[in-house]
Design a protein around this ligand. Structure first.
Ligand code: NDP
Length: 292
């Protein structure tokens, strides 16, 4: 079977081109503040890539790096000041946060109009109500990628494996909205799903967001189905320059030569997450400057 590789890079480039043109013709510069608490190595890499994307697009950006023992009230004070900072239109608090800080309380403290991560209960509620404003970046990026690559969705069966608030749950909402793109028939699977393979094998499109390599194999995916691999896992590889390489949640045997189309790791959904963060920041600026 000939498989189509759905590149995230081409979609990201198209989004960046549109945003760069917007910045060049705007009187106002979009501003993003990133809050990083602690020293998680993966988080540091993500934060650095967000800064690079801002530089590339001409966005103003500030990163607040706080020590791991910062108290929750100190983080809340910082959020308060960013909420009223006129130069900052988007606020992103990098997760995971250290265990003594409640992610829920921090996310709820961000002004919903600056919530470019889309995790504020207001924004999640709007998505559920079918009136999305800021949608979490990874699911938004997946939908944008499918739209760009003209993957047909209406009426098709999509099985999503993983129900986190970051990926699976908002994606299920987005794909089942009565809009274009949308109108898919969605099944949301998790660790209590009985006979996962029998559910996922029925699907036209399978989305893997489980959090470990090889979570889905050929046993789980019908030959010729489409696969969106959201996973990002580091595995040791002494032959690689950095000593590790990135792999997804789907075994390679279930992708190239088996799926009709699939998103690669790296070079797929991960690039879209950053692109959608930039788009949300742009949209947040429009919202605040427009005053609505
Ligand atoms: P979580 O650990 O929060 O969620 C994992 C989900 O998978 C849970 O809902 C869990 O079920 C489910 N699950 C785990 N094992 C099984 C199983 N055997 N059968 C069925 N369901 C299972 O992960 P995230 O959503 O945060 O991330 C998922 C993956 O996506 C990770 O690899 C992460 O690195 C990647 N990711 C990639 C991003 C990108 O930009 N490309 C952005 C965000 C995440 P239960 O709820 O029952 O525990």
């Amino acid at each position: 079977m000939e498989s189509r590789k759905l590149s995230g890079a081409v979609v990201r480039d198209a989004v960046f081109a549109e945003l760069s043109a917007g910045v060049a013709s705007s009187d106002c510069q979009p501003g993003l503040a990133v809050v990083l608490v602690g020293d998680d190595p993966a988080s540091r890499v993500y934060v650095a890539s967000k800064g690079k994307a801002c530089d590339k697009l001409g966005f103003h950006h500030v990163t607040h790096r706080l020590p791991v023992d910062t108290s929750e009230s100190e983080v809340l004070d910082l959020i308060d000041s960013l909420n009223t900072d006129q130069d900052i239109h988007g606020i992103l608090v990098q997760i995971p946060l250290p265990g003594h800080i409640s992610e829920g309380r921090i996310q709820a403290a961000v002004d919903p109009r600056k919530d470019v991560d889309g995790f504020h209960p207001d924004n999640l509620g709007r998505l559920l109500a079918g009136q999305p404003r800021f949608v979490p970046c990874t699911p938004k990026g997946i939908v944008e990628m499918l739209r760009f690559h003209e993957v047909d969705l209406p009426g098709r069966e999509v099985a999503i494996v993983g129900r986190s608030v970051i990926v699976g749950r908002p994606l299920a909402m987005l794909l089942s909205l009565k809009t274009v793109p949308g109108n898919a028939t969605v099944t949301l699977c998790h660790s209590a799903t009985r006979d996962l393979a029998s559910v996922t094998r029925r699907a036209d499109i399978v989305v893997a967001a489980m959090g470990y390599p090889g979570g889905l194999t050929r046993e789980h995916i019908a030959e010729g189905a489409g696969v969106v691999d959201v996973g990002i896992n580091r595995i040791d590889d002494p032959a690689a320059k950095k000593g590790y390489r990135l792999v997804g949640d789907v075994a390679p045997e279930a992708l190239d030569g088996w799926a009709s189309a699939y998103t690669p790791v790296p070079g797929g959904v991960g690039l879209m997450t950053i692109a959608m963060l930039m788009r949300n920041t742009w949209d947040a600026m429009q919202l605040q400057v427009g005053g609505s």
